[in-house]
Design a protein around this ligand. Structure first.
Ligand SMILES: NC(=O)c1ccc[n+]([C@@H]2O[C@H](COP(=O)([O-])OP(=O)(O)OC[C@H]3O[C@@H](n4cnc5c(N)ncnc54)[C@H](OP(=O)(O)O)[C@@H]3O)[C@@H](O)[C@H]2O)c1
Length: 197
């Protein structure tokens, strides 16, 4: 699949490399194209929108809402990995995932991995034992396609939370990630949902 990853930070770089390793045709989208410190080709936002059948959104919170709706993303799958900065210390209004879906009605938005540390996203085996990644989308086909990637990354527990209204629960985890990071002093952690009957 042709995939454009927006944002050349910690998450964007990690996910772009991992998707490339799976054999996808990946570019990074940046405000500073041509940055050759990355092994993946770095292009501008407009070129990236043309390239990808899939767009992965690894930009900072509020920036994504400014950048992506201005681009031609109709018919594409948009995998949103991020959180609003404001979610860390203030109540969520409309969630980022739902805002993107509203502003891009012809784009199939999938929310997944916004709680997962960048170092673990494509390497869940770095944590021992079972742990959980959440996924939500309105479009079943798009959700299935991203689930397939998560399986290829080796995720032991992919928990489908339903449609994009689940973004409220998922994005509300942003302060929990920050708190765990502060208290543990590292990023090598995740949640596990233990199911009983
Ligand atoms: N870090 C983690 O472990 C982690 C885990 C889960 C979810 N997330 C989420 O993932 C998102 C990205 O996190 P990150 O840690 O990768 O952040 P980061 O390292 O700061 O990277 C964000 C990237 O977004 C781009 N960017 C910055 N300002 C922008 C603007 N005004 N307009 C457009 N693009 C801009 C930049 O790329 P260019 O300079 O190349 O344009 C920057 O490298 C956040 O929403 C975060 O909540 C992070």
């Amino acid at each position: 699949v042709k995939i454009s990853v927006f944002g050349t930070g910690e998450v964007g770089t990690a996910i772009a490399r991992a998707l490339s390793t799976l054999g996808h045709d990946v570019v990074l989208a940046s405000r500073k194209p041509g940055n050759d410190k990355h092994p993946i080709r770095v292009v501008d936002h407009i070129q990236a929108a043309e390239h990808g059948a899939w767009v992965v959104n690894a930009m900072h919170g509020e920036d994504a809402i400014e950048v992506l709706p201005a681009l031609a993303l109709s018919g594409k799958l948009l995998w949103d990995l991020g959180n609003f900065r404001s979610a860390i210390d203030s109540p969520l209004g409309e969630t980022r995932g739902e805002t993107l879906q509203r502003l891009l009605p012809q784009t199939r938005v999938v929310k997944a991995m916004n709680f997962v540390s960048a170092q673990i996203m494509a390497r869940p085996d770095r944590l021992e034992g079972n742990h959980t990644v959440f996924i939500a989308a309105n479009d079943a086909g798009a959700k299935g396609a991203v689930t397939d990637v998560l399986q290829k990354f080796g995720w032991p527990d992919i928990l489908d939370l339903g449609d994009l209204t689940a973004c409220r629960a998922m994005e509300s985890l942003a302060p929990m990630w920050i708190r765990l990071n502060d208290q543990l002093g590292h990023v090598m952690f995740d949640l596990e949902v233990v199911r009983g009957r």
